[in-house]
Ligand binder design. Structure first.
Ligand SMILES: [Cu+2]
Length: 246
């Protein structure tokens, strides 16, 4: 019902996020209306009038217990309801042969493709600035780093937001379901150029991506170049990451 004001969801796990977002939004929205409505009503009902005396009260123990226990219960229930999404998105790292490294810095996203050898930190790495190209319907793993301060990897349509923390390598993943060009802003105030720190993620069809990779990565074994070769016998892929560590 509230979908109209969220950006379009093009992520395989977007619905898991959205329904939680809406649930929390309804709960807090209704609570806000009740609290402010009561406050306004009391302001009018108990306003100063001639002949009316102020009365001292010690409060109401039952009421206080109720308004403490009910929100606590709601929080516990919300936590339990969030567990499936959290474990699917954050605790699980789907297998993929498409791995890119993103290093955030003031005030750019540096995107590194591993090149033909499938390894990062070698001569054939290809670095792009503020743009990432990926195929549609493909699990993309991002190794997220920061060169200086805390930044935040945010793609609203992918329902992904993850801080990039100096000294840490954080793995995140997404699987975009619709080709397009998606805004990729930094969502953590990271300095005077923060508002200008944004990139674009281009989600291509498999053929388009291969074409782009052939022209821009200039390597035969660019990540994702094997999308159409799925039926072939699985061979050990050199650039497949080891099982992700938590
Ligand atoms: Cu930033």
């Amino acid at each position: 019902m509230l979908d109209w004001w969220l950006p379009e969801n093009v992520s395989t796990y977007g619905r898991d996020i959205d329904w939680l977002f809406h649930l929390i939004y309804y709960i807090t929205g209704i609570t806000a209306i009740l609290v402010f409505g009561t406050m306004l009503a009391f302001l009018v009902m108990y306003r100063d009038r001639p002949g009316r005396k102020a009365r001292y009260t010690h409060g109401n123990t039952t009421l206080e217990i109720v308004w403490t226990v009910v929100p606590a219960l709601i929080l516990v229930i919300l936590t339990l309801l969030s567990v499936p999404a959290w474990s699917r998105i954050k605790m699980t790292m789907p297998d993929t042969d498409f791995v890119v490294q993103v290093t955030a810095k003031q005030f750019n996203w540096q995107v590194i493709y591993p090149g033909a050898d499938g390894k990062f930190g070698t001569d054939d790495d290809k670095t792009l600035l503020d743009e990432m190209h990926v195929p549609v319907n493909k699990v993309v793993r991002v190794i997220l780093k920061s060169q200086d301060v805390i930044h935040s990897f945010f793609v609203p349509q992918f329902r992904i937001k993850q801080d990039a923390v100096p000294g840490h390598e954080i793995r995140v993943w997404f699987d975009a379901t619709k080709p397009g060009k998606y805004e990729w802003p930094c969502a953590e105030l990271c300095g005077f150029g923060h508002s200008g720190m944004r990139g674009w993620i281009y989600v291509h069809t498999a053929e388009e991506y291969q074409k782009w990779a052939a022209e821009n990565l200039k390597t035969a074994a660019a990540p994702g170049a094997t999308v159409e070769a799925k039926a072939e016998e699985p061979k050990a892929e050199p650039h497949k990451e080891e099982k992700a560590k938590k």
